[in-house]
Write a protein that binds this ligand. Structure first.
Ligand SMILES: Cc1ncc(COP(=O)(O)O)c(C=O)c1O
Length: 369
């Protein structure tokens, strides 16, 4: 298992930051890379900033998911990446687009718009909190008499509580239904293994600012080889050089792609991720969430079998008290309230002291209600 990497960050000892699933702190090396990038913008006549950083980052992003560099487009956000996916997955009139109930808006709104334009319907697949998302999605796909499915837009785990969605099982059923598979891997890449060769998605997107410990405003869109002849939502000089589409997934690249700050930050962050290895990071995060679960046993801890290793979603008995996350923050503990679930997302900088601080702060806050 990977040792604690806190020394690489500037996180005061009295802060227990358990919110990487929202917005992760960056290692010092990533911050310095960003600062050096900002300095270039102050004196742009001194340094030529060409294509090379974008291409190095594209290759590093591809390596995280077992893809080829040419299968990756650079995007500004997940919603931007998903807009490109939706634009190039036309749904037939009367067909269904399926997503998980309560899914993040960046993987919902775009499908609602696509469905409204096409005369298709959106089905938000619901489940009982004790049931599995996997069975719910498989059931929706196979429901007798239901409209044909055009697109299934999923995450490998639910963003609110870390409940697993078994894409290994769902992907073949999506293909058998003749539908396209779109994966929002925001809460996965960097924290658990993701291999496009296993799921064979049509499109898959992930950003750098959470589990990959990079900047805001940089995300990636994987496009399967048979989805590389589409049109970008925003034609620009990068994705359409000389008026003709760029090769491969580069045809979906965003404008202002050669970002002076975000790209060097991503490069530094990917270098650390490669040095650590996803499997070792995942093992450390699983160990941390187990320690967290033990420390707050009885406080709405989910069954370990149904959750991802890196997110722990507590459904507190009696519900989420008003102002709980604010009270925890005042005690130096940072977690998120996501649709009534207390979501904990530890990362490589967390340790047993953070676990103890969290458990004590939570018990104190709950005793006061
Ligand atoms: C599952 C998921 N998708 C996407 C996002 C972010 O989307 P965007 O980059 O469009 O802001 C988040 C952020 O919390 C998320 O949890």
């Amino acid at each position: 298992m990977l040792d604690c990497q806190r020394d690489l960050f500037d996180i005061p000892r009295e802060v227990a930051y358990l919110n990487a699933a929202s917005f992760a702190p960056i290692p010092r090396a990533v911050r310095l890379a960003g600062e050096a990038g900002a300095a270039v913008k102050a004196t742009p006549w001194r340094i030529e900033f060409g294509e090379a950083p974008a291409e190095r980052v594209r290759a590093a992003a591809a390596a995280m998911i077992g893809a080829a560099a040419g299968d990756i487009a650079l995007a500004g956000s997940i919603s931007h990446a998903m807009a490109n996916a939706a634009r190039n997955l036309p749904a037939a009139t009367g067909s269904r687009i399926i997503h998980l109930a309560g899914e993040h808006s960046s993987n919902v709104l775009v499908w609602e718009r696509a469905a409204a334009t096409a005369g298709a319907t959106v089905e938000a697949v619901a489940r009982d909190t004790q049931a599995s998302w996997t069975e719910a999605v498989l059931g929706a796909l196979a429901r007798p008499g239901a409209a044909p499915v055009a697109v299934v837009a999923l995450s490998p785990l639910h963003w609110t509580d870390g409940a697993l969605v078994d894409i290994d099982r769902i992907a073949p059923a999506v293909r058998a239904a003749g539908a396209a598979l779109v994966v929002d891997a925001t809460q996965a890449v960097g924290a658990m293994p993701v291999e496009v060769a296993r799921w064979r998605p049509d499109f898959l997107a992930f950003p750098t600012y959470k589990w990959l410990l990079g900047s805001y405003n940089l995300a990636f869109l994987y496009a399967a080889p048979h989805r590389q002849s589409g049109t970008p939502v925003e034609p620009n000089g990068y994705n359409t050089p000389d008026g003709t589409p760029a090769q491969g997934a580069r045809r979906y690249d965003m404008g202002e792609r050669n970002n002076l700050v975000a790209l060097p930050m991503a490069e530094a962050a990917f270098a650390l991720a490669a040095q650590w290895g996803t499997a070792r990071v995942a093992a450390r995060l699983a160990w941390l969430t187990e320690r967290l679960a033990e420390a707050v046993a009885g406080l709405g801890v989910p069954d370990p079998a149904g959750r991802a290793g890196h997110i722990l979603g507590l459904r507190l008995p009696g519900g989420m008290p008003d102002g709980l996350t604010e009270r925890l923050a005042a005690a130096g503990v940072h977690a998120a309230n996501r649709r009534g679930v207390l979501r904990l997302g530890p990362h490589v900088y967390n340790d047993e002291a953070d676990v103890a601080r969290f458990a004590a702060a939570l018990r104190t806050a709950l005793a006061a209600r």
